[in-house]
Ligand binder design. Structure first.
Ligand code: KG4
Ligand code: ZN
Length: 333
């Protein structure tokens, strides 16, 4: 029997979850809207808002899960990677909470947790599977051999896929985070209206910085001829950019599946909420006979539910850390 409290504070969402014997019974996410005014996450503001949100989020999670502090057997927390000031709030809270209740601490890697979110609901993937993890900070293709035996077989050499969405949104004067807004406009646009060249990157790696620049030049050129180009074509621009990003991701995923002879394919991370990627993956699966796994929306973007399930699998192995643990902005995979 185990009841695990999990804390996620790596970026701009303060999230607290409860995992009761492998089932997520609470997943509270306090989003920080303050960053919308700045076009990106301001680390100093993020830490301050985590500090304000963390205790109310914990109280709400306990209420939602219908447990008391005394029922908790262990505290799992995101150790990294992420913004150091943000991580410090969650890690310090977790350590104090565990110390006060005299219960063990479980350290979780945020990128592992995005993948382990697939073990929250059914159907669960079978090992080995391939996971495309696409978020605001990372783009990785991971060979997942077991819960904590994972190998990065491809990754971005520069920007992440989420950044490609967010930076394009910024060019289009859409507020941060732009990914969900591009997705919304894309649903009303023509994905083939404009063409953007696919970057030619070796192996299973990605590059999005040149892609982003090509969109910038394209928009500048169009605006010279028609100053109202963005306003008049917003849906088509969003649909075309989204289509291009999704094709880049799916092409590498196809290559990885073929190279490793694996047809159990998962997606994870904030960009896995994208409707174009979800539909494109389904289509590819139908064509190639893949068995695919797509997390529920609440477990795609940053959330403590994924930290809780990762914590649960570490709890089963009694894999704990001491009170001298500290957060890591960069963390080995
Ligand atoms: O995993 P996540 O919540 O945080 C990180 O660990 O980075 O991912 C956030 C990223 C942002 O870049 C956001 O724009 C993107 O995920 N995102 C989306 C969608 N929902 C979130 N991108 C495209 N379409 C979406 N529907
Ligand atoms: Zn994340």
């Amino acid at each position: 029997m185990s009841v695990i409290l999990a804390i996620e504070s790596s970026c701009d969402d303060t999230s607290v979850a409860v995992c009761n014997n492998g089932k997520i019974t609470a997943n509270v996410i306090a989003n920080q809207t303050i960053h919308q005014n700045y076009g990106g996450v301001i680390p100093e503001l993020a830490s301050r808002v985590h500090q304000q949100n963390i205790v109310p989020a914990v109280q709400q999670a306990l209420i939602n899960a219908q447990v008391t502090k005394q029922d908790i057997n262990a505290v799992a927390f995101t150790r990294g990677p992420g913004l150091l000031g943000s991580l410090l709030v969650g890690v310090s809270f977790a350590k104090s909470f565990a110390l006060a209740l005299n219960i063990p601490l479980i350290s979780v890697n945020h990128m592992h947790a995005h993948i382990l979110a697939h073990f929250i609901d059914d159907p669960k993937p079978n090992f080995p599977f391939i996971c495309l993890t696409v978020s605001g900070g990372h783009t990785q293709i991971v060979l997942v051999k077991d819960y904590f035996d994972m190998e990065i077989i491809g990754e971005t050499l520069d920007d992440a896929a989420g950044e490609a969405f967010d930076k394009t949104a910024k060019l289009l004067a859409l507020p941060y985070p732009g990914g969900p807004l591009i997705d919304k406009h894309a649903q009303q646009g023509n994905p083939l209206a404009f063409k953007f060249a696919e970057p030619q990157i070796a192996d299973l790696n990605f590059s999005f910085s040149g892609f982003k620049t090509s969109i910038l030049y394209f928009i500048r050129k169009q605006e010279q001829e028609n100053p109202a180009f963005i306003a008049g074509n917003l849906d088509d621009i969003c649909a075309s950019v989204q289509h291009s990003i999704v094709q880049i991701l799916l092409n590498k995923l196809k290559k990885a599946a073929k190279q490793y002879g694996i047809n159990e394919i998962a997606i994870a991370g904030g960009v896995s909420a994208n409707s174009g990627l979800r539909n494109g993956l389904q289509q590819t699966a139908d064509e190639l006979g893949w068995k695919i796994y797509i997390p529920a929306f609440q477990y795609c973007t940053d959330n403590a539910g994924m930290i809780a399930i990762a914590g649960y699998h570490k709890y089963l192995k009694q894999d704990f850390v001491g009170q001298n643990v500290s957060p890591m902005a960069r963390m080995e995979f």
